[in-house]
Write a protein that binds this ligand. Structure first.
Ligand code: ADP
Ligand code: MG
Length: 271
């Protein structure tokens, strides 16, 4: 069974892309087949996996807006995961999709088509790296997902956007994807030495009644260096405490993925 997880937060710089790359590598280490989808026109995920978006002629943009077969675009990376890469052209997709019927379903239908093609070879995990907005691409990712993971930097103002994101999740559940579940917030860039980070985290999980995915990802300078190496931190710094934290999160997500899914239950209207 495939688990599709959207990593979303409309705030930039909260480690969405780092989380997708690192969890992807960690899941691959555990022997899972993983597809990462870069849905951000900035193409940071693509770049951080060693691919220069400027060298690509075809990308997720052509798959979403021109109906190109994703197998023509998917790249195997050195991190042991497959990637559906993005280029800056994806910036046009928002506008192009805006007038299309069924635009919320584009990512979902691409993944369903791919699953039909690959059959038994289809992925165990599909991780969707969302752009820093609540626009068409994020809504399409949420529509395709079983769960959403919200990376959150534990600072005072970071929760201002969480309510808005949860409103979007609520709308997606009502209109396009009843099975979507919030898997929780993942504390990133975490400095556990400060009481402040812990207090902010507790406030956020209480205010919004959200699970906190463990363990928090510590702030470490090695993350800044990994993208330039074209590999995730799990490969460049195997025993780094941040890499280790992502491995533990991955193991917890694997455990989480075995829980009964929402589709089997009655859809609730609770936020
Ligand atoms: P987003 O995709 O949400 O915009 P990124 O994953 O691109 O965020 O991360 C933003 C910046 O923070 C990047 O420069 C990244 O290298 C850095 N970063 C991410 N996680 C950590 C961490 N745990 N410790 C230190 N720096 C980090
Ligand atoms: Mg990003």
């Amino acid at each position: 069974m495939t688990t599709t997880l959207a990593v979303a937060n409309q705030k930039g710089g909260v480690a969405k892309t780092t989380t997708v790359a690192s969890l992807g590598a960690a899941l691959a280490e555990l022997g899972h087949r993983v597809l990462l989808v870069d849905l951000d026109p900035q193409a940071c995920l693509t770049f951080s996996l060693g691919i220069d978006p400027e060298d690509l002629e075809l990308s997720v943009h052509h798959v979403l807006t021109k109906g190109l077969d994703p197998t023509e675009v998917i790249i195997e990376t050195e991190d042991g995961v497959d990637l559906l890469p993005a280029t800056i052209e994806l910036a046009r997709a928002e506008a192009e999709l805006l007038t299309r019927t069924g635009r919320e379903h584009v990512v979902k239908s691409v993944l369903e088509g791919l699953e039909e093609d690959l059959a038994d070879e289809f992925y165990d995990w599909v991780l969707l790296d969302c752009p820093p907005s609540l626009g068409v691409l994020t809504v399409a990712a949420l529509t395709a997902a079983d769960g959403v993971l919200v990376p959150l930097q534990c600072e005072t103002l970071s929760h201002r956007g969480v309510g808005q994101l949860l409103d979007t999740v609520h709308d997606v559940r009502r209109f396009t994807n009843r099975r979507l579940e919030v898997w929780g917030v993942l504390p990133t860039l975490y400095d556990g030495r400060t009481n402040h980070a812990r207090t902010v985290l507790e406030t956020i999980s209480d205010t919004y009644d959200l699970e906190v995915v463990e363990p928090p990802i510590p702030k470490t300078i090695k993350f800044a260096e990994a993208p330039a190496a074209g590999r995730s931190i799990l490969a460049t710094n195997r025993s780094n405490k941040g890499a280790q934290a992502y491995r533990e999160v991955a193991a917890n997500l694997v455990e989480r993925s075995t829980r009964p899914r929402r589709a089997a239950r009655k859809a609730s209207t609770r936020r």
